[in-house]
Each structure stands twice: as structure tokens, then as C-alpha cells.
Write a protein that binds this ligand. Structure first.
Ligand code: ADQ
Length: 476
């Protein structure tokens, strides 16, 4: 996507995503609190202020917020659509991890019923959008949960402006080709007017899947089918960097920073913040840290790794296994290199509130983002936004979309290569202040100029233009 050249005046934006940005948490008899959910999409869209936005998404309960419109899905649909097709099939496949090993055959068998539930759930989202749609609205569908939605919406109203954005990588066409529903999914997405990805590579993979699997024509603008063009664009997400920078000035954050500095004085702080998910490469990161300690005895009492991992999908056996695996490795390393007064790894299985997170980012010397695959990775952006005083170093997986934007300032690593990551840790800890500053300044400029607001405005402006151009073409 290019920079927006005109700003729509408070256009209504219907953001359709699997989950609403808030969840209702019971705090007592008949007392419910609304809490903002953790996750990349929510963090990014919270920064979008240019539109009159409404959220449409799945909610367990009725949400008392007029900007949030719930979609109610029954338990069986959720099981087949969300746990099954979305999380067991599309998520690992789009991250090049393949189907879960233990139940690969069972997954293959239940494929058709899960895909049917996926389509049904997408139709239920479409029904809610249709009820609330007003002429002139822009409908922005998000992520791999809703690939069937553009088709449902356009069937109901061909003149609706529909955009679809994918937050994960779009894999190579060789991977997408293995999906039994490969063609139907691509055709449904192509019903949108604009299809967006974080990087040029993902956009290219999508276009080549359409040309190779559907036999359609790829053009520099997108994909053409019988004279109708679907625009395909790279439109990288950002964060609300001001929110992080402003938070650092708050007295409670300053107090938190003081406490952390005191707690870890005399030691360099390394930080990992991830959802506890296979794609984030947490075991690989911890093993690389172990290798670093093994090979650099002089650093053993001078560095600490803080790994904050929010548990997700806790009912899925594969995720439970990942949690125990991480605990086991952390325990072993702390037993091996810890002393009576200090351990090298502090691992927390929980979410941190925004202020605590900002304070942690600010006191960190080296951030470790070692995703095996990641659509973008906003943690790397958030770290950079909080580091203008300290100018810490970012070690970043070359398989995160963020490597395309922060690559010049970060130390890029292949997360599968533990020796390479261990060496990068040494390089980061020993880096001279001038080199750190140069790298940081590069990334800070990027993070503060390519923000979440810019991302959303660019996408919607591109979508408005695409629809106008298509109308002109039709008239000609
Ligand atoms: P996620 O996989 O959720 O997002 P990411 O982009 O890193 O990954 O965003 C995670 C968000 O959750 C960040 O805002 C972070 O602050 C927050 N978070 C993570 N761990 C936390 C913790 N322990 N405590 C508090 N907050 C925590 C998906 C894709 C990404 C893509 C985003 C946005 O997988 O690749 O960047 O969507 O498109």
C-alpha cells in the first residue's frame, strides 16, 4: 500500500475479526468487568482513531459496549471452526509447521466437517455484518479465521466495499497447495476488493497460489479473473508508538522502572515477551541462551533472561506439552547455572499489564524475538518504542515479518540455529554504544513513523480508491 493521499472524514469502519477486542470477566455475583484482550491485532487496532469504528466478533457473552457487536457461535461450531479448522489446520500450515504430529490422520479425516463448520461460522459473521451495514461503510475482514467472509458479503451485496487482511504469513504456494479446500479458500478471498498482507513476500505467495492453483492471471496490481481485478498489496502493520512513549513518563511506570533497575542491578537484562505458542520459538530461544552461558562462563552472573509467556489455547494438548517442555528446560538451566541468590532465567506464564510491560521494555538491554515464523511481531516494535533512552539491541528472527522493516537495525538470526542465536547474544551484549545507537535510531524512526494509525488509514484509503477505480473501469 502507498501512503494515503486523502483522509476519509470519519467514515464508518466495520472491523470484523474472530474475537472482539474486549472480553467480559466475572468479578463477582452479577459483576462483570470489560478487559482488553492481549494480542497483536487488538494492540494495533486500538491505535486507530481516524474512523468511526465498530467491531464485529465472536463473544462468549453479551458485551455492554455499543461499539462492539457480538456474533454468537454455539459450542459445536466453535469446536469445529475455531479449535479445528482455524487453529489445528490453518494456523500451523500458514506457519510452515504442518499438522500436529499425534493426530495427523484424525485431522485429515475430520477435515471436511471442520471446513463445513468454518464456512457456516463465516456465514454467521456475514449475517451480523449485513444486519449492521449502512451504505458507504467500509468492511474490513481480518485474518485466517474469516477467509470465507468476503465471498459471503459480496454475494449478499456486490457493491459493499470489502477488504481482507491477513495477520499471519501467507505460505509458499507449495504449502497452500496441500490444503484440500485450497481453491475454494482462494476464490472466497478474491471476492474482496482489496487483499492485504504484512510483507511483499506474503503478497507474492498469495498471487502465485492464485496463478498456479486457479490458473488466474497475476498482474503487478493483483489477480485478474475475467476482467475483474482483486487488488493485492503489502500493507505492514505498526503500533501506536506514542502510547508507549507517553507511558514511560507516568509516575507509576517510572516507579516500576526504578524497582526493576534495583532488582537487577549489576546484571544485563535480556527479555522475551510472547504468547506461549509453537510459532514463537520459545524452547529454541532458551536453549540458545543456555548455549551462550555454557560457552561464556564470565557472563553467568552478569546476565538474566526474563521470559514472559502468556498461555494461549490452554485446552489443546500440544500447547500443554509446549508449556511443560519450556518449564522443564528452564528448570534444568536454572539448576545448572543458578546460585543460592540468583537464577539466570525468570520465566512467567502470564500476561503483564500495559504499564509493567512498558517498564520491562525500558530496562531491557537485549530483546530476543526468535519466532520460527511470525506474520509481523509487534513485540519487536514495542521494545524499540520504549528504548529511546537506553538504545538496547534487538535480536530478531529472519522469519518474522518485522525482519523486513527492522532488519537493518536488528541482529537478524535463524532461530533454528542455536549456535547462531548464542553468538548473536554475545554480539548484542558486547556491542559498543555508538553501534547500538545507530541501529536503534534506524528502528525508532521506522516504528514512530509507520504506526497503527497509518496502517489502517492506508489500507482503508487504498480500499476506497480500488473501488472507485473499479467503477470507472466498469463504466468504460
Ligand atoms: P500475535 O501472534 O499475538 O499477533 P504479536 O504481533 O507479537 O503476536 O503481538 C502480541 C501482542 O500481545 C503484543 O502487543 C504484546 O504486547 C502482547 N503480549 C504478548 N505477550 C504478552 C504478555 N506476556 N503480557 C502482556 N502482553 C503481551 C498476530 C500475528 C503477528 C502479528 C499480529 C498483528 O501472529 O505476527 O504481528 O497478529 O498483525
Amino acid at each position: 500500500c502507498g501512503k494515503p493521499d486523502r483522509k476519509p472524514a470519519r467514515q464508518r469502519l466495520l472491523v470484523v475479526a474472530n474475537r472482539l477486542p474486549v472480553s467480559a470477566v466475572r468479578k463477582g455475583e452479577d459483576v462483570w468487568h470489560l478487559e482488553i484482550s492481549a494480542g497483536g491485532l487488538v494492540s494495533a487496532l486500538l491505535g486507530v482513531k481516524e474512523f468511526e469504528a465498530r467491531w464485529i466478533g465472536w463473544a462468549g457473552v453479551n458485551v455492554p459496549d455499543t461499539r462492539c457487536i457480538p456474533v454468537f457461535l454455539d459450542e459445536e461450531i466453535v469446536h469445529q471452526y475455531y479449535n479445528g479448522y482455524c487453529n489445528n489446520i490453518l494456523w500451523p500450515l500458514f506457519h510452515y509447521l504442518g499438522l500436529p504430529q499425534e493426530d495427523r490422520l484424525a485431522t485429515t479425516r475430520s477435515f471436511q466437517s471442520q471446513f463445513a463448520a468454518y464456512k457456516k461460522a463465516n456465514q454467521m459473521f456475514a449475517d451480523v455484518v449485513n444486519q449492521h451495514y449502512e451504505e458507504g461503510d467500509v468492511v474490513w475482514c481480518h485474518d485466517y479465521h474469516l477467509m470465507f467472509l468476503p465471498k459471503c458479503l459480496k454475494e449478499y451485496n456486490p457493491s459493499m466495499k470489502v477488504g481482507w487482511f491477513l495477520h499471519t504469513p501467507f505460505p509458499s504456494s507449495e504449502i497452500h497447495r496441500t490444503l484440500p479446500s485450497r481453491s475454494e479458500l482462494l476464490r472466497s478471498v478474491l471476492a474482496a476488493d482489496l487483499v492485504g498482507f504484512h510483507t511483499y513476500d506474503y503478497a507474492r505467495h498469495f498471487v502465485s497460489a492464485c496463478t498456479r492453483i486457479l490458473g488466474l492471471e497475476g498482474t503487478p496490481e493483483g489477480v485478474e479473473d475475467q476482467g475483474r481485478l482483486t487488488r493485492v498489496a503489502a500493507c505492514p502493520i505498526g503500533i501506536d508508538s506514542d502510547r508507549f512513549i507517553r507511558a514511560l513518563e507516568l509516575p507509576q511506570v517510572q516507579e516500576h522502572i526504578r524497582e526493576l533497575k534495583e532488582r537487577f542491578s549489576g546484571r544485563k537484562v535480556m527479555l522475551g515477551v510472547d504468547r506461549l505458542d509453537m510459532i514463537k520459538g520459545i524452547p529454541q530461544k532458551i536453549l540458545a541462551f543456555e548455549k551462550f552461558l555454557e560457552e561464556n562462563p564470565t557472563w553467568r552472573d552478569k546476565v538474566v533472561l526474563l521470559q514472559i509467556a502468556v498461555p494461549t489455547r490452554t485446552d489443546v494438548p500440544e500447547y500443554q506439552k509446549l508449556t511443560s517442555q519450556v518449564h522443564e528446560i528452564v528448570g534444568r538451566i536454572n539448576g545448572r547455572f543458578g546460585t543460592l541468590t540468583a537464577v539466570p532465567i525468570h520465566h512467567l506464564d502470564r500476561s503483564l499489564d500495559f504499564h509493567a510491560l512498558c517498564a520491562l521494555y525500558a530496562v531491557t538491554d537485549v530483546a530476543l524475538v526468535t519466532s520460527l515464523r511470525d506474520g509481523m511481531n509487534l513485540v519487536s516494535y514495542e521494545f524499540v518504542a520504549c528504548q529511546d533512552a537506553k538504545k538496547g539491541v534487538l535480536i530478531l528472527s529472519e522469519f518474522a515479518g518485522a525482519a523486513q522493516s527492522l532488519g537493518a537495525g536488528a541482529i537478524l538470526v535463524n532461530p533454528w540455529n542455536i549456535t547462531e542465536v548464542a553468538n548473536a547474544i554475545g554480539q548484542a551484549l558486547d556491542m559498543e554504544p555508538e553501534a547500538r545507537e545507530k541501529r536503534h535510531n534506524h528502528n525508532f524512526l521506522h516504528v514512530t513513523t509507520h504506526t497503527a494509525q497509518e496502517w489502517a488509514e492506508t489500507f482503508v484509503s487504498e480500499l476506497n480508491d480500488t473501488v472507485v477505480e473499479a467503477e470507472i473501469r466498469t463504466r468504460e
